[in-house]
Design a protein around this ligand. Sequence first.
Ligand SMILES: Nc1ncnc2c1ncn2[C@@H]1O[C@H](COP(=O)(O)OP(=O)(O)O)[C@@H](O)[C@H]1O
Ligand SMILES: [Mg+2]
Length: 314
Amino acid sequence: MESAAETIQRIFGDAQSSVGAEMAETTTLYKRLHETVFPKPSSTRYIAVANQKGGVGKTSTTVNIAAALAQAGAHVLLIDMDPQGNASTALGARHNSGDASVYDVLEERMGIEKVKQQCAEFPSLDVVPSSIDLSGAELEVANLNGRTYLLKQALESFIAQSSDHYDYIFIDCPPSLGLLVINAMCAVTEMLIPIQAEYYALEGLGQLIHTIGLVQEHYNSSLLVSTMLVTMFDKRTLLSREVYEEVKKHYPSIVLNTTIPRTVKISEAPSFGQSVISYDPRGMGAVAYVEAALEIAQRSPVVLAAIESKQRED
Ligand SMILES: Nc1ncnc2c1ncn2[C@@H]1O[C@H](COP(=O)(O)OP(=O)(O)O)[C@@H](O)[C@H]1O
Ligand SMILES: [Mg+2]
């Protein structure tokens, strides 16, 4: 019988037709990825997704990588640290002002176990929502002792009492380098930096790497920039390829081979309270995020070993 890829190839013509070829390629990749077993990390990976620039794909990346890993069988916790609550929206979590959220966790009114919600689409994905109330937290906790460790402490006490084991814990950060982001950087061992394939992409990166350096020096010496992911990649443009090559040149072992294409489905999905993984599973946006998730999963042994060796140095 003719495969889906062959059908598309037949309808859209030979490989000369780039649309047909691209669809055939995506379909083949979809099938291959869904037949692949995603290895689970030997211990929990704690990953903050950060970039102080807004609109580079932090939230889309956090939501869709988390969903892709959960779909592939991992147990995942996603913590929304952005007062805008975009990740909470995308995963259909309640997050009106006044709802229990990460705001209550940071100010020690509630534990993570009380505020987490199970994602309707992916039962092995739990979400700690944020709400607009969180926008006051930065000022409210500014004078507290240990203000940079509020999330770390909450996460540690949650993990200590929880009977669940998580394979991955992701934190979606707001576009700033303020106290909320520092809290995220102190609570994790890894940073995932999404980089938008555009002209100024690398300009803010120096500032971010500098801040991560300060956090490593003063608060969290085992923090590792483990992953960079180029987003909104348009393979027809030279600029996109140049940005990728530039990032690859500077961070050869950190940047994923997979890039995330610019596609309207990725931007539509949140308005349906969905990840693109469930909204348009066979589209090239979802397939790219699943492929990136597989790469992240496959790199677990190397990344965890690097973190362990950093921890031994202390
Ligand atoms: N690969 C993509 N293709 C098209 N639109 C995208 C893509 N990634 C993100 N977007 C859209 O760009 C905007 C910013 O993305 P978002 O993930 O919210 O970035 P951030 O969290 O860094 O602010 C959103 O409207 C989102 O839907
Ligand atoms: Mg965001």
